[in-house]
Design a protein around this ligand. Structure first.
Ligand code: SOE
Length: 386
């Protein structure tokens, strides 16, 4: 048997929070999820040469470059991983696809859907492997929720409600723009909580319950002016600080979504609950290994919400980790995503969510922002097949 692995040489563009999360996944995946493919940290690309070198040394990247074009064009690179602010996703992804590289892109796919459409066209024309890092699908409890729905245990689904709550931008003194704060700058992020946080809720919801057909939304920007880190000037804030929307799913379920960075006390509370005819379930990122489940077919005297500790060997992904009962965490969602990506390369199948599927999330985000302006219900145009 031939144990020689195929190298998958990665060019990582960006070295922020996600650069770390993905680098960690590349390093660990092979230890826990055997594959023909061995990721190799080939090139780290970031603008500041000294800090790029320090990051590359810490994680073991072989080469450092400061121009993403150079990283993308290199012959010794197989896959480009885009971990930059959102305004660079489109150009880099299209250049990488045109150069025949696989492309892994951080969420959201793009600033808006006209960019997103161009990215999908380029990726599909090049026929390269691609995925967008909507990592929460791969938390074992969330994957278990998907299995339970696909088995039909909920019956007809009536309600999907989801929230993603944070509190880190409440201070009006916090500047916008620049490293770590580009999420507050509409020219770098595209939108605020809609693209950053609700996009996670939407990806998960459509994956679990199918397409969202129409939305009605409201957004608010609580702090209307902030100093811009790069210009030093006090400038208008163009992002949505909070967003709430109602929606219809194509299967007839009703959706209720909320996200804010002004929920004092909440750091990253991603919560969803789904109510079906026969059963309900809920999940909370702050207690990520538990799936709460209520089954109406239980004997009535004993019926109640049960809290499934999703750490057993027959739970999704868990047999590759420790012995039953021992937990894993946030970082593992990226390792699982990568493990599934490598498996898809072996099998010649799509790596979900693909760019095309991530575009369907983007369509909902665009419709939400449009509705918040128009005050009307807006159709999403989603064609969900995933
Ligand atoms: C924002 O604070 C953020 O880091 C998002 O950008 C991530 O996508 C989310 O998973 C956690 O919060």
């Amino acid at each position: 048997m031939n144990h020689v692995k195929k190298e998958l040489r990665i060019a990582m563009i960006g070295y922020g929070f996600m650069g770390k999360a993905h680098s960690n996944a590349y390093k660990k995946v092979g230890h826990f999820f055997p594959s023909q493919y061995q990721p190799v940290l080939q090139v780290l690309c970031a603008r500041d040469p000294a800090r790029a070198k320090a990051f590359a040394d810490t994680w073991g990247y072989k080469h450092v470059v400061t121009d993403w074009r150079e990283a993308v064009m290199r012959d010794d690179v197989d896959a480009v991983d885009i971990c930059t602010p959102n305004n660079l996703h489109c150009e880099i992804a299209i250049a990488a696809a045109n150069a025949g590289k696989m492309v892994l892109c951080e969420k959201p796919l793009s600033m808006d859907n006209s960019d997103g459409e161009r990215m999908v066209v380029a990726i599909e024309k090049a026929g390269v492997a691609n995925t967008v890092w909507y990592n929460y699908r791969r938390i074992p409890a969330v994957t278990l929720a998907k299995q339970i729905i696909d088995e039909g245990r909920l019956g007809k689904i009536f309600h999907v409600r989801a929230q993603f709550l944070q509190d880190w931008t409440i201070s009006p003194e916090l500047p916008q723009g620049g490293e770590g704060l580009w999420r507050l700058d509409a020219s770098a992020a595209g939108s605020g909580v809609t693209g950053d946080l609700l996009a996670h809720c939407i990806d998960t919801a459509q994956w679990l319950n199918g397409g969202i057909s129409r939305v009605v939304a409201r957004t608010e920007t609580f702090v209307k002016k902030r100093k811009h880190t790069l210009t030093g000037n006090v400038e208008d804030v163009g992002i949505d600080d909070a967003c709430e929307f109602l929606c219809d799913f194509t299967n007839g379920s009703l959706g209720n979504f909320e996200s804010t960075r002004y929920a004092r006390g909440h750091k990253a509370k991603f919560f969803f609950e789904i109510n079906g005819e026969n059963a309900s379930m809920s999940w909370d990122l702050q207690d990520l290994h538990r799936l709460e489940f209520f089954d109406h077919s239980d004997e009535s005297r004993l019926r109640g919400w049960r809290s499934i500790h999703v750490t057993d060997g027959d739970h999704p992904y868990m047999k590759n980790w420790w012995v039953p009962g021992l937990t894993i965490g946030y970082e593992h969602s990226f390792i699982h995503h990568l493990a599934d990506f490598l498996k898809s390369l072996e099998d010649g199948t799509a790596a979900h969510p693909t760019f095309r599927e991530a575009l369907e999330t983007g369509k909902v985000c665009d419709a939400v922002l449009k509705s918040a302006k128009s005050g009307q219900w807006e159709a999403t145009g989603v064609k969900w097949s995933g």
